[in-house]
Ligand binder design. Structure first.
Ligand code: ADP
Ligand code: UDP
Length: 236
């Protein structure tokens, strides 16, 4: 399918129209940003890794009964996805304390929760993606009660599937961000990406960080960590 005009250039991906109005082409970039775009850089090879890792995870989740936007991997960096209307919520699931949770509540990183937590951020770069609760989301009209219930159920299911999958790779799934969207008939599907950019991965034995925190925190060996995760996930 041919790329048509570019509809959107984000921080990590470019999105193009295709000949099929229901299908978009996503092109993954090596650009990396953190802290709402304040820190900028490049992670060489990241686009190709995130494309392949995302597509692998989306197909695994489909097999486990989670509907996703995935259609077809076209090349190293390009994938066809179902066009959705993105629900403007970043859905964050946490199994272990880290990042903004640890900072916000003044706790150390690494506390293993008895139950996973869920939180939402309102997807709005100008406002810095503020934390939002379900009532606020309803008040702002970003989703209906039923849609929020569906999204929560799907997000916890994704967590169960991913946690078990990563455990076998000797990786602890610390936390991650999901985005959901609606296809033309209103069905909610999992969209966007699942990659070392959007998840925290810790080696279960060494607790080494194998994700974007290496970039955010200037820990070095960023490319190696992305490569290592791709190797473990794809088994190559
Ligand atoms: P950002 O917008 O945060 O800079 P990206 O660079 O990843 O992020 O851009 C990709 C954009 O495409 C995001 O805004 C994301 O919500 C959106 N998106 C992801 N999947 C789909 C889809 N299936 N249909 C429409 N938009 C999508
Ligand atoms: N996350 C993301 N995009 C965002 C914010 C967070 O992919 O805009 C992911 C992040 O990689 C981590 C999880 O969501 O896996 C939780 O992030 P946190 O709230 O701790 O924020 P951060 O430490 O990134 O500021």
């Amino acid at each position: 399918m041919n790329k048509k005009e570019m509809l959107y250039e984000g921080k990590a991906k470019k999105v193009y129209a295709t000949e099929n109005p229901e299908v978009l082409l996503v092109d993954y970039k090596d650009d990396a940003t953190a802290f709402n775009g304040l820190k900028k850089g490049t992670i060489s090879g990241k686009g190709a890794i995130n494309n392949r890792v995302t597509n692998f995870m989306m197909q695994l989740l489909e097999k486990e009964g989670v509907p996703t936007h995935f259609v077809e991997e076209l090349s190293e960096r390009e994938t066809l996805v179902k066009k959705v209307s993105i629900v403007p919520l970043e859905v964050i699931i946490r199994n272990i304390s880290a990042g903004s949770f640890a900072k916000r509540y003044g706790v150390e990183e690494g506390i293993v929760f008895a139950e996973p937590t869920i939180e939402f951020s309102y997807k709005n770069d100008d406002l810095g993606d503020p934390l939002i609760n379900e009532y606020h989301a309803l008040a702002l009209g970003v989703a209906t009660k039923e849609e929020i219930e569906t999204i929560k159920k799907m997000a916890f299911k994704v967590n169960e599937v991913m946690k078990a999958f990563f455990k076998k790779l000797n990786v602890d799934l610390v936390d991650f961000k999901l985005e959901f969207g609606k296809v033309s008939d209103g069905t909610i599907v999992l969209a966007d990406e699942i990659s070392p950019d959007t998840c925290r991965f810790w080696d279960s034995t060494t607790h080494e960080k194998l994700d974007k925190d290496r970039f955010r925190r200037d820990l070095g060996n960023v490319e190696d960590a992305y490569q290592e995760m791709m190797k473990r996930i794809l088994g190559e």
